[in-house]
Design a protein around this ligand. Structure first.
Ligand SMILES: Nc1ncnc2c1ncn2[C@@H]1O[C@H](COP(=O)(O)OP(=O)(O)OP(=O)(O)O)[C@@H](O)[C@H]1O
Ligand SMILES: [Ca+2]
Length: 589
């Protein structure tokens, strides 16, 4: 499946007139409605209002268009609230799936191919291989929710394990699956739901069925309504304590998904449901309709998500799991102040704001929000995805830290350790010095990760990394080929690593640079480096260390002390950071 197919994703306009009132039942959802040429109606995955084939990074900002102001005006959730995300899929993206050429003759019909629509649709294979006996197994009841792609109904099991039990059934019409991609999307949604299991904040999948008209996704019923409705019911914002309990649950399930190699790509308050109407009911993430499997080193390029929650690197078409953390930053910002961090009346205006504007942390109620709360949000809304916290790091952040709650394993540790063991001795020495200068906040997270690797006599080897992954494996992890990263960690099979070296291996210079105390950390680290790692180095050698060509020599010259030919403080920090030739050149002005 999925041979060489391209992905065309619809774009809906943001319709500021749409509204949702507090009187609506909490289980009802934002309907697309509101006119808008059918684009925003409940129209299925294949009815774009308009579509792009180029990056929206360029399209909303043609040459000569002035950038948006540095700060988003402090927009409040007004009452009634315009829906935060009527634009589900935000742009049409044609993409070729990786490594799937050549296209087989009988493969899926490519989206861009011209030809008779009816003819093409007749050729589409809408058989999913799911059970055909939905009607015999379940009795369908009233509608409980509606999204752009499907409507969800209450149902009751007629026989089998679910006999007499209420469930939710998401019904997706086959008539609306008019492209190979829209079919593939449904197939993938079910596959991900099936493969991911075992987290308390993840909607429990029961089964999938089909008939000639619809696909039916049967899952656990959540009777407490959407997080969005609760935010509205509270007048737009939460107390810090209540916000924390929501965000911990969101991070916990997202950390699980990321470890399993699944990126959600549509995190927003409508996609979190409470199991019951109780105030402290658990929260469940739903709607994996835009989710995908992702390997640890893979970058995705199709632009999907909901406009208010989409990360800058998604708009730049090169992203990974960090995009979900940005969305969680947006959700936290909304919970804490009742406003959206990036706001505009048009979709292109929202994109501009996401790419360029700094969220407002000055206006009320921000002065009353704890410094930890503000720092937490800022570290998720960092436009540089490399500087953003991972879900597990966010759980360990002082705002949320709770000694009684175990931290989960973080897949980013694997990526960082892999790079470290493949780095040059000078780079490893530089990182070792840096790791000696980090603060207790970072150490708490690192100690927890080291413990999860179950060290023997204070050391870990490749086996420890392998076992820790295996212990957490679900079918999703296998499907996403997460363990492929272990092959790249092969050098570790010949050596063992103590906690000190693990710290050097598992820290990220980019993330540390984002800390307020970075300058102090860097200068302390340099003192250690001077004692244990600094050595005289030629410009040519330094360029080779950093995989740079001769054009970078003039720049690198400034990083070496004339007094002794060793790295200067500037050189040390730049070396740690690493540069690509492009920014090496652009910085040399
Ligand atoms: N398990 C469930 N229990 C109760 N209600 C549910 C459940 N799953 C979905 N719903 C309701 O149905 C709505 C639509 O479901 P879902 O988000 O999966 O559909 P969608 O068409 O993919 O949505 P979107 O418009 O975000 O693309 C949800 O917002 C929610 O209100
Ligand atoms: Ca949804």
């Amino acid at each position: 499946m999925g041979q060489c197919c391209t992905k065309q994703v619809a774009v809906s306009t943001v319709n500021g007139d749409q509204s949702k009132t507090s009187n609506e039942a909490p289980t009802s959802s934002v309907t697309g409605g509101g006119g808008g040429g059918g684009a925003s109606s409940h129209s299925g995955k294949n009815t774009p209002a308009y579509s792009f084939t180029a990056s929206p990074f360029t399209s909303p900002l043609p040459a000569g268009v002035a950038p948006s102001p540095a700060r988003t005006p402090g927009r409040k959730f007004r009452w009634p609230l315009p829906p935060p995300s009527p634009a589900k899929p935000i742009m049409a993206a044609l993409r070729r799936r990786q490594g799937k050429s050549p296209r087989p003759k009988d493969g899926p019909i490519p989206e861009e191919q011209n030809g008779d629509e009816g003819e093409r649709e007749r050729e589409l294979d809408k058989n999913f291989g799911y059970g055909k006996n939905f009607g015999a197994r379940f009795e369908l009841g009233k509608e409980v929710g509606r999204g752009h792609f499907g409507h969800t109904c209450w149902a009751k099991g007629k026989k089998g394990e679910l006999k007499g039990q209420p469930v939710a059934v998401k019904i997706i019409s086959k008539a609306k699956m008019t492209t190979a991609i829209s079919i593939e999307d449904v197939r993938r949604e079910v596959k991900i739901l099936k493969a991911l299991s075992g987290h308390k904040n993840l909607i429990k999948f029961h089964d999938a069925f089909e008939d000639s008209n619809n696909v039916y996704i049967v899952m656990e019923l959540c009777e407490g309504g959407e997080l969005l409705d609760r935010i509205l019911a509270r007048g737009g914002r939460y107390t810090e304590e209540d916000a924390k309990s929501i965000i911990v649950q969101i991070l916990s399930v997202v950390a699980f998904c990321h470890l399993q190699g699944v990126v959600h790509r549509d995190l927003k308050p409508e996609n979190f449901l409470f199991t019951t109407r109780d105030e402290d009911a658990p929260l469940k993430v739903i709607d994996f309709g835009l989710s995908d499997f992702i390997r640890p080193d893979q970058r995705l390029n199709d632009i999907v998500g909901s406009a208010y929650y989409v990360a800058p690197e998604v708009l730049h078409r090169s992203y990974s799991t960090e995009g979900d953390l940005w969305s969680i930053g947006v959700i936290t910002y909304i919970l804490l102040c009742g406003s959206r961090p990036f706001w505009a009346r048009t979709e292109s205006g929202i994109f501009r704001s996401v790419l360029r504007a700094d969220p407002n942390f000055n206006d009320s109620p921000w002065p009353e929000v704890s410094p930890e709360g503000k720092d937490f949000v800022k570290r998720l809304l960092n436009k540089d995805h490399r500087k953003r916290m991972t879900a597990v790091q966010a759980l360990a952040h002082p705002w949320l830290r709770d000694e009684s709650r175990d931290l989960p394993l973080d897949i980013s540790i694997y990526k960082l350790v892999k790079s470290y063991i493949r780095a040059t001795p000078l780079k490893r020495a530089a990182l070792k010095a840096l790791s000696k200068a980090i603060t207790e906040d970072e150490l708490i997270y690192l100690r927890a990760q080291f413990r999860l690797l179950d060290p023997k006599h204070g050391y870990v080897t490749l086996d420890n990394f392998r076992t820790a992954l295996t212990k957490n494996a679900t079918d999703a992890m296998r499907e996403a080929r997460v363990s492929d990263i272990l092959n790249l960690m092969e050098p570790l099979s010949y050596k063992k690593m103590d906690f000190e070296e693990f710290c050097a291996a598992a820290i990220s210079t980019y993330q540390l640079e984002a800390l307020e105390g970075w300058e102090k950390i860097a200068s302390t680290a340099f003192e250690f480096f001077e004692i244990e790692g600094n050595r005289s180095i030629s410009v040519e050698e330094l360029a080779q260390e950093m995989s740079l060509g001769p054009t970078a020599y003039p720049l690198l010259n400034d990083w070496i002390r004339t007094s002794d030919g060793k790295l200067s403080f500037l050189g040390y920090t730049k070396f740690l950071h690493g540069v690509t030739l492009r920014n090496a050149n652009s910085r040399h002005r």
